[in-house]
Design a binder for this molecule. Structure first.
Ligand code: MN
Ligand code: MN
Length: 317
């Protein structure tokens, strides 16, 4: 049986070849794949800076640095997973609802094939079609969202679909189980003192950055684990969760955030969860000196991939 794994960087240098995620084969078919890396190069949902359409290519370019073994989680990814870079889902720049249709239709067959998609964004508006595709196969999901914004506003500029609204829409469409979902990392100035309370009223648990600081990382992980229980989980990682010192290349940066190290620890804390899909979003390469943010995003995707591998490892033993 074909197993898909990265090119051997002891044989050919990592700066060579067409840039796919981690030097994986670019395969547009789902046979013999366990995980598919999928780009969603869409940024029409952005409300401030634009440019996340180049996020997938930016993440792929620096991802050639990533290696097969994750020593922190104790797993050699490709011993347990066959992984492809599926390429990108189709989008229509400037047309959000048409793009939503195409993104959902592009992702649904991946879920139907039992393959776990790791989506590289794109602005955070893509979370809605991602969740539509995932829930159509798996039913309503637990959400773990790392972000400095809840993205649960009702509308922006009178419009229901932007990168500030996907999680309210997802609750309205019964794509999520809010009682099993948690948003982590909220901070910064907000429009209204009730903005975060509104997210809690939708049913989400919400931890601000200040609250995570008070709790500490291990207790925060406990809180997340208890919240999701044994539900099927969708992990959505907005890189603005991390401080702009570590992730400047993003659309709506908020200072006073987490280090890249803390972000890794929190994501690793999901070991054992049943992840059926995930994303890393809001990378804007034009604002990203020295590929800092893309490198963070590539490494977070690597942690998520490691978690899926770890689940297979546990199931195999
Ligand atoms: Mn977001
Ligand atoms: Mn955000």
């Amino acid at each position: 049986m074909t197993r898909y794994e990265p090119a051997d960087s002891f044989e050919t240098p990592r700066f060579s070849d067409v840039r796919t995620f981690m030097r994986l084969p670019n395969v547009r078919g789902l046979d013999n794949a366990d995980v598919a890396i999928v780009g969603a190069p869409f940024d029409t949902g952005a409300t401030f800076r634009a440019g996340a359409r180049f996020g997938p290519e930016g993440i792929r370019a620096i991802s050639h640095l990533l290696r097969r073994h994750n020593p922190s989680l104790g797993v050699t990814i490709f011993d347990y997973l066959s992984v492809i870079d599926y390429g990108d889902v189709p989008v229509v720049p400037g047309y959000i609802e048409e793009s939503y249709r195409r993104i959902e239709e592009g992702l649904r067959p991946i879920h139907e094939a039992g393959v776990v998609p790791i989506v590289l964004g794109g602005d955070h508006s893509i979370a809605l079609p991602e969740l539509r595709a995932a829930a159509s196969v798996h039913g309503p999901l637990a959400l773990v969202q790392f972000d400095s914004h809840p993205d649960t506003w009702d509308s922006y500029f009178g419009k229901k679909h932007t990168h500030g609204t996907p999680f309210r829409r997802a609750v309205e469409e019964d794509l999520l189980v809010p009682e099993r979902s948690i948003q982590v990392g909220m901070r910064g100035s907000i429009y209204d003192e009730n903005d975060w309370e509104d997210a809690r009223r939708l049913g989400f648990d919400l931890l601000s950055t200040d609250e995570v600081r008070e709790l500490g990382i291990p207790k925060t992980i406990e809180r997340i684990r208890e919240r999701v229980g044994d539900s099927k989980v969708y992990v959505s990682f907005d890189v603005d969760f991390v401080d702009p010192a570590y992730a400047p290349g993003t659309g709506t940066p908020e200072i006073g955030g987490f280090t890249s190290r803390e972000a890794q620890e929190l994501v690793r804390g999901l070991a054992g969860a049943e992840i059926v899909g995930c994303d890393v979003v809001e990378v804007y390469p034009a604002y990203d000196p020295a590929q800092i943010t893309a490198l963070l995003a590539a490494n977070i995707a690597h942690e998520l991939l490691s978690l899926v591998a770890l689940a297979r490892k546990a199931a195999a033993s």
